[in-house]
Design a protein around this ligand. Sequence first.
Ligand code: ADP
Ligand code: GLC
Length: 484
Amino acid sequence: MAELKILFATSEVAPLIKTGGLADVSGALPVALRAMGIDVRVLVPGYNQVIAQLVNYQVVATFADLPGFPFAHLLSGTMANGMPLLVLDCPSLYQREGGPYQNTQGHDWADNALRFGMLSKVAAELGSSTSPLAWHPDLVHCNDWQTALTPAYLHFSPGAVPSIVSIHNLAFQGNFPPETVQQLHLPPSCYGIDGVEFYGNMSFLKAGLFYADHITTVSPNYAKEIQQEELGFGMQGLLTSRSGHLTGILNGIDTDEWNPMTDPHLVRPYSSANMSGKAADKEALQSSMGLNLEPDTPLLGVVSRFTDQKGLDLLLEIAPRLSKLPVQLAMLGSGDAQMQKAARDLSHLFPGKIGAVIGFSEALSHQIEAGADMFVMPSRFEPCGLNQMYSQRYGTPPIVHATGGLVDSVVDCTAATLKDGTASGFMFDGMTAENLYAAIQRAVGLYHDTEKWEVLRKNCMAKDFSWQNSAEAYRAVYLQVLGR
Ligand code: ADP
Ligand code: GLC
């Protein structure tokens, strides 16, 4: 019998359905846990994209009378990599044209409370004695607001197992009008400060942070930041009061998926020992992004959701100044309409120097990590961030703002850190366009010092960002919660 059985509840999982880093984590952490002998099963909603990619699935349960929720099946299947998956098949809630959270116009689905209330409710059912499944988890691991109502349901369920909630982003809280408590059939008594109430609304995330047995977040530095007003998004008081049950665990990355030696998206793979392929990948990227084919001009890469969090407004602001330097910029992203337009406009204003692709492209994201010389990530806040880790693995030093997980995963390049072999990127303090510009200038200066640049690249590529250590840390949390 497996040492531990974990139900991992999530609203997205790569490669089936992805809007951001949560999908990457949900696709890789459970695999790393399974490799350690833990029996993990991932629960996700049956969006079109998920149902279409599921192999060998069967109906294992039916939910016909969950009060307030529509009829649904639970499917059991596997992902292509063998990962066992439980899929909540409820076509009226999940099978639509559009994204997991928003319609094709970019507006939140009007029934998101019901959609993710149901996901949370089913996760709680599977973790209580009324579960229709023979497989009983020892613990439910919830992720972000979409599954953070699970601990509240568990609290009021018979024979409930413990739960933990992982915060991937405190800015998304799932706050809805107070009537939602009734609509989702939670006991009215839970609507209070010691419960799901949050500044006059009912909050999925607040519920999780209050009722879960333990809270984790995706970097040690962010675990500290969210206990303070500036980045606590109103939850700092609760988080501080629960600090004895709050652990920051730095995300890992999927080192098979993100491997410059084997990456099928690259025109030429490369390794730290032989970097010649990287030059070919740069040329291919310049060509595909409409940039001048200049091998020695430093090329800055961006792959990002376009949102206030990512601080790209600073980069867009200094882009005209950058275009006067011998520097090129390749941007891939989507989101905020104004930022999309600004990026597009810049590429028209500075043809050959600035390239922008608006959209979501897995292949191009790999090609930018490989083909760029530096990766720009000036996030205002960043719970962990994965791209700065991908870029280091691809020998593309990141230029980052000193916040969240960026502080835990990038070492600023100075004379001292170059000497002791830890330097792996460029970090700026103080969220201003000037400070970002200065950091880019520092990076460009070093780029032209070929010997030092080689040292920096090698440092980056030698770093271990695999999931192994983080998965061990999650296991330790599970065992602690279970008192084993
Ligand atoms: P966040 O989850 O806040 O968006 P992360 O850095 O943790 O930030 O993860 C973002 C993930 O989404 C990375 O895998 C990144 O490559 C991917 N990504 C973001 N935008 C795009 C895009 N436009 N096209 C392809 N991949 C993208
Ligand atoms: C969130 C955060 C990001 C983190 C990711 C995975 O989307 O914004 O920083 O890396 O979740 O944990």
